[in-house]
Design a protein around this ligand. Structure first.
Ligand code: GLA
Length: 384
């Protein structure tokens, strides 16, 4: 989406000019799934698709929310605080405004137009993208001195407290602090990061949207969060730990009897092995060992399918296809799961044929084609 298109749409909606334009990307996670809320290491990066906002101030102390992609709109008068109005999309930016007000900042009325080229509800973090986008534009336009890291943390509070999803920090952090051609190695315990060059030689990252709607994703997500809390409490009766990712796989094996529910035990096995895989993936990437990295991606998928049980027929079909392709070195579901997207590392020259055959393979088994997206690794939130 160009600034010119956005400016034109803003004019149509508000009958005046927009003064400022912002962009925030979506993200994919290379490896480290469902462990951010267990204090683990994750390796996400920002992509080139994302969400956009055009803004101008108004004089009538009102927050006006419009979107190119959704028909729902709202004019909300400035108040001391807000609560969620319902499932409408503008609750994400409203929640962010609420956080700024709660922190004691005085805000001016704004006319806002949002747009996005990120497919919504597909695990590419459209919600984190709009949260961080709103946080950043508020800070920039009101001269509030707040770091991108703090905007990510504030946006996570919106997701947890205002929206009601017990998610971790990964998505907000990745879309705020992503860097071109770099993976973020994010420690979700200390909430600190380092950048790692994403050098995969002749292989390129391909995103495959299963186009399966993520039914019950939120309640299942919160259920997994609860299972991890249960496991932590039971392990803490003997182990001195503050989160599950402190437990190494060997140590877990010696203490797994502490977890009474066999399902919860399997969930924990995913968490401790996935965290271990992130360290291994890091070493593989540093050594330029793409075959090893690919093997770890497949192992991560198997663990999410069998132990954490957040995959599904659609994502499994994509990964099963990938495993049969010589030109694909590794693949896995990415994000929360229950539908959404998978990623694959595929030889660049083979991508057109890989995609053509994948579409046919998936369509024949699932009944509709997936969407194949070749994305660059992009920058985090910015002014346009
Ligand atoms: C969602 C959440 C993240 C993370 C992933 C799974 O994207 O928002 O915090 O837990 O799922 O890794």
């Amino acid at each position: 989406m160009t600034k010119e298109v956005l400016a034109g749409k803003f004019r149509e909606h508000y009958n005046k000019e927009a003064d400022h334009f912002f962009f925030c990307p979506g993200r994919v996670n290379l490896i480290g799934e469902h462990i951010d809320y267990n204090g683990g290491m994750v390796m996400p990066f920002a992509i080139s698709l994302g969400s956009y906002a055009a803004v101008s101030f108004n004089e009538d102390k009102t927050f006006r929310f419009r979107s190119i992609d959704f028909t729902e709109k709202a004019d909300i008068p400035l108040a001391a605080s807000y609560t969620k109005t319902g499932p409408e999309w503008y609750n994400y930016p409203l929640g962010v405004i609420h956080e700024f007000l709660k922190a004691g900042h005085s805000l001016k009325g704004m006319d806002l137009l949002f747009a996005g080229d990120l497919p919504v509800g597909t695990g590419l973090s459209s919600s984190a993208s709009i949260e961080v986008l709103t946080g950043y534009l508020i800070a920039m336009l009101h001269n509030i001195d707040i770091s991108k890291r703090s905007i990510a943390l504030l946006s996570k509070r919106v997701e947890n407290e205002f929206i009601g999803l017990s998610s971790g920090i990964m998505d907000q952090y990745a879309v705020a602090l992503g860097k071109k051609n770099q993976a973020l190695l994010l420690d979700c315990d200390t909430v600190t990061h380092e950048y790692m060059p994403f050098e995969t030689g002749e292989y390129k990252l391909v995103i495959i949207n299963s186009r399966k709607q993520r039914q019950l994703a939120e309640s299942k997500y919160n259920e997994r969060f609860g299972e991890c809390r249960e496991a932590l409490a039971q392990l803490q009766t003997t182990l001195s730990i503050t989160h599950l990712c402190e437990v190494k796989p060997e140590v877990f094996k010696q203490h797994e009897h502490l977890i009474t529910d066999p399902v919860v035990r399997r969930r924990t096995w995913h968490v401790v092995t996935e965290n271990d895989r992130v360290y291994q993936a890091c070493a593989a990437l540093k050594a330029g060992d793409i075959d090893r990295l690919g093997t770890l991606l497949y192992a991560s998928h198997d663990s999410l399918r069998d132990d954490y049980q957040v995959s599904g027929k659609e994502l499994d079909t994509i990964v099963e296809y990938c495993r049969r392709q010589e030109d694909c070195v590794g693949a896995r579901m990415t994000g929360a799961g229950f539908g959404g997207c998978a990623i694959a590392l595929v030889k660049e020259r083979a991508i057109p044929e890989f995609s053509r055959q994948l579409i046919a393979y998936y369509d024949a088994r699932i009944g509709y084609p997936p969407e194949v997206i070749v994305s660059e690794i992009g920058e985090g939130v910015k002014q346009m």
